[in-house]
Ligand binder design. Sequence first.
Ligand code: WTA
Length: 704
Amino acid sequence: MADVDEAQVSEAQIAVHWREEEYYEPPASFVAQANAADPAIFERFSEEHFPECFKEYADLLTWDAGWHTTLDTSKPPFWRWFVGGRLNACVNCVDRHLATRADKPALIWVPEPEDEATKSISYQELYTRINEFAALLRDFCGVEVGDRVTFHLPMLPELPVSMLACARLGVIHSEVFGGFSGAACGERIADSESRILVTMDAYYRNGELLDHKAKADEALARAREVGVEVDKVLVWRRHPGEYGSQSPMVDGRDFFVDEVIDDYRGELVDPVSMPAEAPLFLMYTSGTTGQPKGAQHSTGGYLAYVAGTSKYYQDIHPEDTYWCFADIGWITGHSYIVYGPLALGTTSVMYEGVPTYPDAGRPWRIAERLGVNIFHTAPTTIRMLRKLGPDEPTNYDYRFKHMTTVGEPIEPDVWRWYHDVVGKGEAVIVDTWWQTENGGFLGSTLPALQPMKPGSCGPGVLGVYPVIYDEEGNVVEAGSGRAGNICIRNPWPGIFQTIWGQPERFVQVYYEKYCRNKESTDWRDWPYFAGDGAVQTSDGYFRILGRVDDVINVAGHRLGTKELESASITVEEIAEAAAVPVIDELRGRAVEMYVSLKPGVPASTDIEQKVSKAIEREIGKIARPKNVWIVADMPKTRSGKIMRRVIAGISNFADVGDVTTLANPEIVDDIRQHVQGVKAARGEVPRELTPQEMEEIKAFGQAE
Ligand code: WTA
């Protein structure tokens, strides 16, 4: 955080400028059918009944053996849930539904090209496909319980099939978002020491068939540099039998799944009964340092948590048609496209492409045609659809009972468009706040029982007790108008178990800051530090202000500044680099890079492009900076630290704060004139920042 005086001034400003939004009550038609409509549920999940309250979630699953200890706190903060219990996640998501709904669609996959047929995959067919692929993984690849397998798969049904095949075998899957670069995938392969990569030849994005297999070759090369050798690359084909990539198949290493799987047709694989505490998957995410963290999620606790929250917060009934418009490459897709909805036996829709292809009516056409009644997406998608087709939803005859927003703060006026136009005023909305590390929702209204308030996620969810602390660990009272660090006072079943291979970092990043007593085995001494700033209003609702750890949330994707900076300095001419967020009307935030050059190197647009390319190569297209600014020097403290808040202020046309104590204060005006001059000429002057955004910019770069 900024120094104390400055923080107090800005918090006071927030208190003054913060407009309270009005409440929206859930429609009676929603309440009448909701899974959680009896307020007695709050009592059942009150602190007094913690941790036993979570039996209610675990009872939604089918267990091979019951647990003897609901929550074991003997090695804090490595909480263990449902200890002694055994289950298989694939059985819970698929096998157990066969008796009652074998022919019901489990997945409905919508390809991006509109003239290509939608594929409906029944629970029976899903079962068959999972078993065949599990047999292939086990017998052709030789994977065993506890091994890691990396996927770099786009939004095709082959992704959930691959995930559930691993789950069936007790193998830990690690899906890397398809839009990440080969290099980023390679680092994740290396970190998890996967010997198998599962990928796809190509997929459609914005009307174009993208060559994806090429990234596998880059990934393997990068993993090899770090000393990890991949044995086999399994390539699913977008069009079985036709190869859609230019990249050559490497003999003895690369195999087409649609060919090899012929040897496993009709095979059934016994599901492996796993301890509740066995890891189910890894999901890599960014933080303050340059190295991505592999969030390790458990089998029993995780699955119970996503099933419970899908039931009560997503209000999923088996007969619903549920569409979560996110990518399975992110935690939202794991929890709320695959594991949660399938555990409840519903129909989960997945879509291959971009929301606005071929036009901004596409999602609503899909919703109308498939009879979607629950819709779930991110503010960035909502903003884009509003911009390109503000009236499009009115042209389609669908009815949503329930909608979700997730991943970034949603501006109240965007929320209102979502409510009035997309939801036609008939759908309840949940604004769900949570993180990769959490498995499932942390903050949300319970849709039939708590009114909505635009821009606020609501209170802590059932059995989750949040608190806001200041830097010293004092509680920031609700209604004080002051911001602080939101923490969760208690463990919950969906919490990740550790950072893969880095238990010390796990403790340090998430628990050290507010741990009261390291010797204590009482969970009350170990609040979870979420890394977000927040304000709590007197109604108990939280407004999330964004990350306090120098992570930039671009269109709902977490990008670490250090990763962006390391990528930039792979360009030979670059001496130093600093990444900052700029307010972006569609993506929420975009990245701008500031770079200084090695002595004697002249500035050129060529270098700017090299920086962009390097970021694309090391991370992926999503991280491409909006601008690269070449500066003579970075504003620095006397101890040589780059003042990111100063350049963030310049990029956003905001106050840069006190610069008199810098080692080189004169540079600030030079940079401002240059950057703001160019931006003004290009029409890139942003709107005036809200107090909340000003706070974020001022605090930027303080986490180191
Ligand atoms: C932000 C995505 C405001 C927050 C599930 C968090 C949100 C980070 C919300 C996690 C929300 C997520 N309102 N901000 N409803 N949901 N965030 O790990 O800063 O990709 O820490 O998980 O996104 O992003 P992640």
